[in-house]
Design a protein around this ligand. Sequence first.
Ligand SMILES: NC(=O)c1ccc[n+]([C@@H]2O[C@H](COP(=O)([O-])OP(=O)(O)OC[C@H]3O[C@@H](n4cnc5c(N)ncnc54)[C@H](O)[C@@H]3O)[C@@H](O)[C@H]2O)c1
Ligand SMILES: O=C(O)C[C@H](O)C(=O)O
Length: 336
Amino acid sequence: MTTAPSQSQSPVTVAVTGAAGQIGYSLLFRIASGAMLGPSTPVRLRLLEITPALGAAQGVAMELDDCAFPLLSGIDISDDPAVAFDGAQVALLVGSRPRTKGMERGDLLSANGAIFTGQGKALNDHAADDLKVLVVGNPANTNALIAMNNAPDVPRERFTAMTRLDHNRALAQLSAKVAAPVTDIRHMTIWGNHSATQYPDLFHAEVGGRVAAEVVDDQQWLEGTFIPTVQKRGAAIIEARGSSSAASAASAAVDHVRDWVHGTPADDWTSMAVPSDGSYGVPEGLISSFPVTCADGAWSIVQDLELDEFSRARVDASVAELVEERDAVQGMGLLG
Ligand SMILES: NC(=O)c1ccc[n+]([C@@H]2O[C@H](COP(=O)([O-])OP(=O)(O)OC[C@H]3O[C@@H](n4cnc5c(N)ncnc54)[C@H](O)[C@@H]3O)[C@@H](O)[C@H]2O)c1
Ligand SMILES: O=C(O)C[C@H](O)C(=O)O
């Protein structure tokens, strides 16, 4: 089940959980095409699924083979995290139950939290030293917190959760409002939790070099339309599609890892949920979304942004939710 790469570089081992799911069906093909790690980096895929879904994962692997991707050097499939994470350099933790109509992401805490204790331990014991982890499965921030706390030997900064989809949604909404291409927008930030409390910030974003909130010049739109639209976009997709976002989530995961590995553009930053070092008053260790830059395979939180009262209250509300989630999973004994 291999397609030999023509490149001389040795393959990067990428583990993907939930490989037979909706996101997996879009994500794996983007990774294998080189969209995530670049056009000269071969990849070896290690797919993790639950036992009943191994047949479907096998079918996805057959389709990957049928694409004859030049960069795809091999595919392994397992229902054992110890096998799937063996030597993993990038781990995309997607596998978990998505919410359905009427559920909030918090409802998934107990349903999905337990998955991330076992996977954190397996990453701790079997992954490569240069491991990077992106948690996509919801509630993503707190699942990343669980995995991180169950992997004491892995440096904490290797654990991240995805708010890049929210970031991209915010870019798209702003772009449409001001009739400017997304390429004219810089310094977008999502703060806090990947949930309806997240705060998409237009006071540090810029359109054509001007503060986005001033370009918009419409506080009612900003408060009454922009922020809630971005916050509730996941639910709107579920309502419209009957199932949660998949291709856009996969695309955001590709963007997240690509920027982490290859760096953010010199004149821009991105949004990633990362372990807090106490920046902006976010309690240390919480996995919260911040403005970050990436260089040489490492992320750094952008420092010294001023948060006015409006922004401060919204950041605090989302961080308070993260504290509640942390306390809930601590109470369930999931933090090790
Ligand atoms: N962070 C984000 O922006 C974002 C965006 C979209 C979706 N999500 C979340 O991503 C997750 C996956 O979404 P989906 O639409 O692909 O769901 P899905 O139900 O289509 O697929 C999930 C897959 O995970 C597998 N799985 C379940 N438990 C597993 C385990 N312990 N190990 C390995 N695999 C396991 C299932 O068998 C299934 O194939 C959901 O939790 C969803 O809410 C997050
Ligand atoms: O909202 C959801 O439950 C799915 C996903 O997290 C999203 O933001 O689309």
